[in-house]
Design a protein around this ligand. Structure first.
Ligand SMILES: NC(=O)c1ccc[n+]([C@@H]2O[C@H](COP(=O)([O-])OP(=O)(O)OC[C@H]3O[C@@H](n4cnc5c(N)ncnc54)[C@H](O)[C@@H]3O)[C@@H](O)[C@H]2O)c1
Length: 266
């Protein structure tokens, strides 16, 4: 499905990263992959990269560094003369912008969450524009249509990411490029462990998702990202695809499955 596609994947810090599953699946589907990482965590990214099916390069990118963004196209051009797909899997909020103190969070922390988690999607797209070839850009979202417990200013940043993706679809579409988001259910990653109350979110998903939801399995999300990288989705842009076991579509908890209901549906 991705044979010959050149896909840049940000956001691999370890093997639990959603981006790691995306890189693995993309390679299995025939893509060439380059990863980005930065600073002290680069060694962790390189260790994880060694577990991918095929060897990959890791290039430096702190998405808040203008110097890294300027250098990025030349770094990639050493290996590829174009880019077909980009995964934005980057988010960060200072601790005082999360965890239930929405009203008390300092201005600087809210701005930092926005800069790293939303503005960075535009910054990345802009830096890569000279290399994009009818490219598919994909970002990772957590449904910003409602206010969640504890998610606080990261939730606001995700709302901004959703809007940013629509503007990218508009700005890049005439050049033949697409921008879409996957709105994922909760996955147990390093970023998730920094969200106080993550386990109660995970419990809500287990109880509420019509298809069920496994927080340790990022592959349903990775598969949908690959679908968006593929030509099968060539006319989809500005979209938010929920990969959440159907949770977003229902209110309340699922009724427990009894032997009678199981018999009735079989
Ligand atoms: N885990 C979940 O439940 C969940 C659900 C929906 C969406 N998401 C989103 O998925 C994306 C990936 O997160 P994850 O859950 O796989 O966690 P993760 O911790 O594995 O990945 C987060 C990544 O962001 C990177 N990052 C942070 N600041 C950066 C910067 N300045 N420059 C470059 N990279 C930077 C980190 O290095 C890390 O690789 C995030 O956007 C997150 O909000 C996660």
């Amino acid at each position: 499905m991705l044979e010959g596609k050149r896909i840049l994947v940000t956001g691999v810090v370890n093997r639990r990263s959603i981006a790691f599953a995306v890189a693995e699946r993309a390679q299995q589907l025939g893509a060439d992959v380059i990863l980005t990482s930065f600073g002290r965590i680069r060694r962790m990214t390189e260790r994880s990269a060694a577990r991918l099916p095929k060897a990959v390069e890791v290039v430096e990118l702190d998405v808040n560094s203008e110097r890294d963004l300027e250098a990025l196209p030349a770094e990639i051009a050493r290996t590829w003369d174009g880019v077909d797909g980009v995964l934005h899997a980057i988010a960060h909020a200072p601790g005082d912008a999360l965890g239930g103190n929405f009203m008390g969070a300092p201005r600087a922390s809210a701005i930092a969450a926005f800069e790293t988690s939303a503005y960075s999607y535009k910054a990345l797209a802009r830096a890569l524009t000279p290399l994009l070839e009818e490219a598919s850009l994909v970002g990772l979202d957590f449904d910003a249509g409602v206010a969640w417990p504890s998610y606080d200013w990261m939730g606001v940043a995700k709302a901004a990411l959703e809007s940013t993706s629509r503007y990218l679809a508009r700005e890049l579409g005439p050049g033949g490029h697409r921008s879409n988001l996957i709105s994922a259910g909760p996955i147990a990653t390093a970023a998730a462990s920094g969200v106080p109350g993550f386990s109660s979110l995970a419990d809500s998903w287990r109880a509420g998702a019509p298809l069920g939801w496994e927080v340790t399995d990022p592959y349903p999300v990775a598969d949908a990202v690959c679908l968006l990288f593929s030509d099968l989705s060539r006319a989809i842009s500005g979209e938010i695809v929920h990969v959440d076991g159907g949770y977003h579509a229902v209110g309340g908890l699922m009724a427990p499955i009894t032997p009678e209901t199981a018999r009735a549906v079989s």
